[in-house]
Design a protein around this ligand. Sequence first.
Ligand code: NAI
Length: 246
Amino acid sequence: MKLLNRVAVVTGGANGIGRCACQLFAEEGAKVVVADINESGKQVADELITHGFEAMYINVDVTEERNVQNLIRTTVDTFGKLDIMVANAGIAETIPIHQLSLENWNKTINVNLTGVFLTNKYAIEQMLDQGYGVIVNTASMLGHIGRNEVTSYTASKGGVANLTRTLAVTYSKKGIRVNAVCPGYIDTDLIRNKSAEMMEELIRLHPIGRLGKPEEVAKAMLFLASDDSSFICGTNLMVDGGFTAQ
Ligand code: NAI
């Protein structure tokens, strides 16, 4: 077991990639905190407990500083420490900038970038006290390339990608490793509102010939969260079926 007795928080743990990470991390021996704004996260935690794993749901809006402080405090009060923070909660929208309202821009930036700022900030505060810890942020391949009309999302994920590098440079010597996964298009609810034509186009754009599965991203998260990646920090690991290799 790669995460035996580690304590892991997964934001956006109620659904999609985060939910798969909660399941996989529990199977690898971690005590898992399912952290999500959606109360369905409780069901995810309950199912893990039913299968004999240690888990807990904490309701959190990652854009609310007090919520995030409470998330870290409750995790440490309950499980005694925080080994792993997976900052994964995110939303997506596709609107060209000339039609994008400031309100919509702020919403995406708040969840995808400020949410990562807050969860990383308070996780690192705790990890500095401990002298160890691992952070895995969910950026995106769209934090590294442009994409037609995907305005606020690409900007937010570019921010996560580079914030990850700076935190790695700043905290590696203190025993804290910070990395990011950068998924291609993954078959989750986040992209299910797209037309059949658009889905075909997205599949075609991946050299591997299909969309990714959330489990495949969770496995990359496990690698970055475990000691298998002990010499890796500040990396943005593409999990994109070759999309950005072209
Ligand atoms: P999803 O929609 O299935 O899951 C996202 C989760 O985040 C949901 O459970 C949702 O309730 C939660 N969430 C949203 N806003 C929140 C907030 N303010 N506070 C706390 N939780 C909140 O989407 P998916 O695909 O699993 O996305 C996970 C991450 O992966 C996101 O950061 C997304 O940007 C990223 N990603 C997804 C890709 C895809 O194609 N599905 C591609 C690249 C990156």
